[in-house]
Design a protein. Structure first.
Lengths: 307, 499
């Protein structure tokens, strides 16, 4: 315990949580909005880290699940269902679609899993455009209901969702299941030889990842009042998720939150730079990835051997 | 174990019973009709040189590969074709040769992993898991390092960790791949004791290794394999005396044709390896190895698989870091990249051949000749190689993948020769080749030696293949050079004690 108090990690976490909780008291609506988006993004990134960091699978299609969650919820809302039911329906659709995708994909080795997930996103993009009459196509789909029109209420929803998701995903990563998942990710033959059904565990991880991605996609839709290809399906979102996770620290789950906040916040702060802002943010992220390959949190929490 | 107990153990039905096991990879039959039984409290040694199929047998039993034919029974239950995790759950455990720990977890957590059930719903381990993990760690001698991460452990402790994981699974049958590779004499004793512990506890053990020597002290019976087939079975002594086994490991009668004047020329050696040490993580792969090769000489380094031959060649080619010094034509190779070393004329033809399988024979050769100065050079080099290996001329347009093993080996050598090497390093060219192919290859090497002034360093396990071409011979054993001399003396002094 004393050892814990001497390390910087826990203290930094306490300060960050205190800042996040007190933010509606001192932060303007504009920045609350940015953080709200960043928090949903944090859930995307954490879900992705569960697959990449633990199950060892590079999923290039997180937006496949996010998109299905978002559009599923939006379509249900347009059909007249209430927000809670829409979120449940969208999430269920995301998990079902994720499982359908993962079942064949996880049987393949090497880069094929990643390629299949990538193709899935492209298919989803096509479907949204083809069925533009109900999805709104490239313009996006408006939804009749929103979570709230108050910036601070929306902020609380997002923060609450982020914290609950983080607790569950982090807890899962530190559980026996997380240990087995890491074993399957690092060496599937060794894991199988120890008696673990590798496909079963990876599929479970994929479904958990789909569940949180889909739910976050749905919540984001009801925060923004619309679902659009650019915010929930585009491959640019995938790239941002990847950068957020690697920047924050692979295999840490919580690092993904830091990475997401960094990406979204600095993208806004540097907006005066015009076209250059994405360039600068990406440059910083690149530098961190090259010099601290374990990411920010990975570096802070790097194992120190007892002397 | 006293005699009575051993007799009663042998009366019980075999725990593991394998019969008619066959595995093909494409056209290659890796395992052909292999059968054996291991009873409770019995240790069976499965031996064979590299490429003999022994590891494939182990992987088939574990379900990592699926057999094409044959039966594998665990206490009467047919398990052939089951997925690995199910075979593991039904009572077969494996100790891999290379340790495969979770690097971010502690030693204790690594052992705990092996004790967890295959369940999605049990999120937290039962309390007895940690207690049991600690007991196992004590038993294998990891008690002091429970909180450390695998990367900080010495090599022997990593092997202990693998043993601990196997113990934790409490399998009825334990498969152990090269149990003693990379261990010191003292550690070998400790590990033998651990393996003997499996026997005392009534497990059935399958030890897989290159040679009889390493498993002789432990194994109750030994099964020897070569080119996928069973060649001998019996006690370790019987197998060591077996004619076929001796022919496989030693070849037949040893012939010699040294050209001693080459070593006597003196002056600067073309290749000069001085006191080289190589560590793989914590395993010492080469210890104070010094050899030299004079210009025009054909030098053979012989030694069993695992002695360190490939490591020595990889150090020369700049592929593994080493301590000590390696000089070619007087200047040190230190700091040169592998590509630079190859272009400077030290060309290795690796054991694994590393052909570009989807390119044609001709394309593979052309790649070797990329650095030659002119098209005319390339043309004349090709013509010469097609004379040396006529079969390659016929096969020019065929993809390298579709060649037979012997043809692939010739292509690998020819591609290396395309680079016009000053020093050609041949690493175990006989690997997995049938005797009739060996003869063709041997003839090609003789022609090469007689018709060109090329300098060759050959590494071989097959002494009969290696010694006839050699002007000088080194023997590498357990990471050290233990003998050096001319081939005539080798036949007299080393021919018997080598196996």
């Amino acid at each position: 315990m004393m050892e814990m108090l001497r390390r910087p990690g826990p203290w930094i976490a306490v300060v960050l949580v205190a800042l996040a909780v007190s933010a509606p008291g001192w932060m303007g609506a504009y920045f609350l909005g940015i953080f709200t988006t960043a928090y949903y993004f944090g859930v995307f990134a954490m879900s992705w880290d569960l697959l990449f960091g633990f199950a060892g699978e590079v999923n290039f299609g997180p937006t496949f699940m996010i998109g299905i969650g978002a559009y599923g919820a939006g379509l249900l809302n347009n059909a007249g269902f209430g927000i809670p039911l829409c979120l449940v329906g969208g999430t269920a659709a995301a998990v079902a679609a994720g499982a359908l995708l993962a079942l064949p994909a996880l049987r393949l080795r090497g880069p094929y899993f990643g390629l299949i997930t990538l193709v899935a996103v492209l298919l989803l993009l096509d479907l949204i455009v083809i069925f533009a009459n109900i999805t709104g196509g490239e313009i996006g789909m408006m939804v009749p209901d929103v979570l709230s029109i108050s910036a601070s209420v929306n902020y609380w929803y997002a923060l609450g969702f982020l914290v609950v998701s983080a607790l569950i995903l982090f807890g899962l990563s530190r559980s026996s299941l997380g240990l087995i998942l890491q074993a399957t990710g690092q060496d599937r033959i060794e894991a199988a030889a120890l008696g673990f059904n590798v496909t079963k565990h990876k599929l479970a991880a994929f479904c958990v990842s789909a569940l949180f991605s889909g739910l976050a996609g749905g919540m984001l839709t009801f925060y923004e009042g619309a679902a659009s290809v650019d915010t929930v399906v585009s491959l640019a979102i995938t790239v941002q998720i990847v950068i957020a996770v690697v920047f924050g620290g692979r295999r840490t789950i919580l690092g993904a939150i830091l990475g997401s906040i960094f990406l979204i916040l600095f993208d806004e702060l540097l907006r005066p730079l015009g076209q250059l802002n994405t360039f600068v943010v990406s440059g910083i992220a690149l530098a961190v990835i090259i010099f601290f390959p374990d990411g920010v949190l990975g570096w802070v929490l790097r194992p120190r051997e007892p002397r | 174990m006293d005699d009575l107990a051993r007799t009663s153990a042998q009366i019980t039905a075999p725990l593991l019973e394998v019969s008619g096991l066959t595995k093909r990879f494409g056209g290659l039959v890796a395992v052909r009709d292999i059968g054996f039984r291991v009873a409770r409290g019995e240790i069976l040694g499965l031996i064979g040189p590299n490429g003999s199929g022994k590891s494939t047998v182990m992987r088939l039993v574990m379900g990592i590969e699926r057999p094409n034919a044959g039966s594998i029974r665990l206490q009467g239950t047919e398990i052939a074709g089951w997925p690995t995790h199910r075979i593991a759950r039904s009572g077969i455990g494996i100790v891999f040769q290379h340790s495969r720990p979770l690097h971010r977890q502690t030693v204790l957590e690594n052992i705990q992993l092996a004790l967890l059930p295959d369940s999605l719903w049990r999120l937290f381990a039962e309390p007895h898991v940690e207690r049991r993990a600690r007991e196992i760690a004590e038993r294998v001698g990891l008690g002091e390092v429970l909180g450390r991460r695998p990367a900080t452990l010495p090599f022997a402790d990593l092997r202990r960790l693998e043993m601990a994981k196997a113990l934790a699974r409490d399998p009825r049958v334990v498969l152990i791949d090269e149990p003693f590779a990379g261990l010191t004499q003292g550690e070998v004793a400790t590990f033998s004791e651990l393996i003997d512990g499996f026997r005392r506890d009534g497990h059935a053990v399958l030890l897989v290794d290159h040679n009889v020597k390493s498993v002789a002290a432990l194994a109750d019976r030994v099964l020897a394999m070569y080119l996928g087939e069973r060649i001998a079975e019996g006690t370790a002594e019987e197998v060591m005396r077996d004619e076929t086994v001796r022919r496989v490991y030693l070849g037949g009668k040893i012939e010699t044709h040294p050209r001693q004047y080459l070593d006597a020329r003196g002056g600067e050696a073309l290749l000069d390896v001085r006191e080289v040490d190589v560590l793989y993580g914590k395993a010492q792969a080469l210890r104070q190895v010094s050899i030299h090769v004079n210009a025009g000489e054909f030098v053979s380094v012989v030694g069993l698989n695992g002695a360190g031959k490939t490591t020595l060649f990889n150090a020369i080619s700049g592929l593994v870091p080493f301590a000590g010094d390696i000089r070619v034509a007087g200047s040190s190779l230190r700091g040169r990249t592998p590509a630079r070393i190859a272009r400077d004329g030290v060309v290795q033809c690796p054991e694994t051949r590393e052909l570009f399988g989807d390119l044609s024979v001709r394309e593979n050769l052309d790649l070797g000749g990329q650095h030659l100065a002119s098209d005319a050079d390339r043309e004349s080099q090709l013509t010469w190689l097609f004379e040396l290996f006529p079969i390659l001329n016929e096969r020019q347009r065929q993809n390298a993948r579709t060649l037979s093993g012997g043809e692939q080996q010739m292509l690998a050598i020819a591609r290396a020769l395309m680079m016009q090497p000053k020093l050609l390093i041949l690493d175990e060219p006989t690997l997995g080749l049938a005797p009739v192919i060996l003869e063709q290859l041997s003839k090609a090497l003789s022609r090469l030696r007689e018709t060109t002034p090329i300098t060759v360093l050959l590494g071989e396990q097959n002494v009969t293949f290696a010694v006839p071409h050699a002007d000088r011979v080194y023997v590498l054993e357990h990471a050290r050079i233990v003998w050096e001399g001319d081939p005539g003396r080798f036949a007299e002094e080393m021919g018997t004690g080598y196996l």
